[in-house]
Write a protein that binds this ligand. Structure first.
Ligand code: GUN
Length: 304
């Protein structure tokens, strides 16, 4: 039976470190870090994320500013808000919640954020610093995953790591961070030939594709460490029956509640093959916000 890597517990440790950092600033007479979150439109999942971010800020003493714009906002108006936040000395970090409504260019918005305030780590300057192995603001989810692996003593030197997914937000930066720690890294994706065979090579598998239950137990090398970044809502009972065969409790929840969350990895099957697995929920999900607030503190400490 694999060890469960508890993301919530690690997120709490990271948030406690941020809280102490905020206290230390205050003790030096510096103000609390300020994080501005820009939410355009009414994507329900985005509203939940933004609410969770504001609540987490309050817990650690970071001042949060929410800016809500209507779905039909013009790009020029979004640009103007970003410019204003870039110039605001009380704002250390700016996050534009993705996805943006149709008609808005998210790359243009992300590129407009000052790199010093880019707490998502998505600006090309910060991506370039990561590529060069230099310090900068790094994407929250992969950096928090690295912190989780370090906390659990996972030795990355020389191991085979497979990152499933090639997004700018998780896959690509995760691969670079693993490479920096001397892993031998493969980035696999939907077009990769014989995905199960590639995954079976992995001493560490990071799954970030957003496909519920894609990774089966038979895809894993015995003893592998599995980090499951997927957060997927499963509503179909026939899909649920396949995915949750090894997790009767989840299957029961699906039958009674009509929907349950699951990762990209079949957790119940993985528990029988892997040496350590992050669960969904309670794995990588809580770590993202902890990574974000860590970045907000870092931005504040660097800026002034
Ligand atoms: N939407 C989903 N994940 C993220 C993220 O990490 N950052 C931003 N800005 N939007 C998101």
């Amino acid at each position: 039976m694999a060890t469960i890597l508890d993301g919530k517990a690690h997120a709490d440790r990271m948030l406690e470190a941020v809280r102490l950092g905020v206290e230390a600033r205050k003790a030096k007479g510096l103000r609390a870090p300020g994080l501005a979150v820009v939410l355009v439109g009414d994507d329900p999942a985005s509203h939940v994320y933004v609410r969770n971010k504001s609540a987490a800020c309050a817990k650690v003493g970071i001042t949060s500013f929410e800016h809500r714009l209507p779905a039909d906002t013009a790009q020029a108006d979004l640009d103007a808000l970003i410019d204003r936040l870039n110039a605001d000395p009380g704002v250390d970090g700016i996050l534009v919640q993705l996805p943006l409504p149709k008609g808005l260019d998210s790359k243009r918005a992300l590129h407009r954020i000052s790199p010093e305030k880019d707490v998502d780590g998505f600006h090309p300057i910060n991506q370039g610093l990561l590529l060069e192995g230099l310090p900068g603001l790094r994407p929250c989810t992969p950096s928090a995953c690295m912190s989780l692996l370090a906390h659990h003593g996972v030795d990355l030197k020389g191991i085979r790591a497979v990152v499933l997914g090639r997004s700018e937000i998780v896959g690509k930066p995760m691969a670079l961070m693993l490479l920096e720690q001397h892993a031998t890294v493969t980035i696999a994706h939907s077009r990769t030939k014989d995905l199960p065979a590639v995954c079976r090579e992995a001493d560490l598998l990071v799954a970030a594709v957003g496909r519920p239950g894609l990774v089966e137990g038979s895809w894993l090398k015995p003893g592998a460490v599995v980090v499951d970044v997927g957060i997927n809502r499963v509503e179909s009972l026939s899909l649920g029956e396949q995915i949750f065969a090894a997790e009767p409790k989840k299957l029961e929840n699906l039958k009674t509640k009509g929907a349950v969350l699951c990762g990209d990895v079949r957790f119940g099957e993985a528990m029988d093959v892997a040496s350590a697995v992050t669960p969904v929920p309670g794995g990588v999900g809580p770590l993202t916000i902890a990574g974000l607030l860590t970045n907000a503190l870092m931005a504040a400490d660097r800026n002034r």
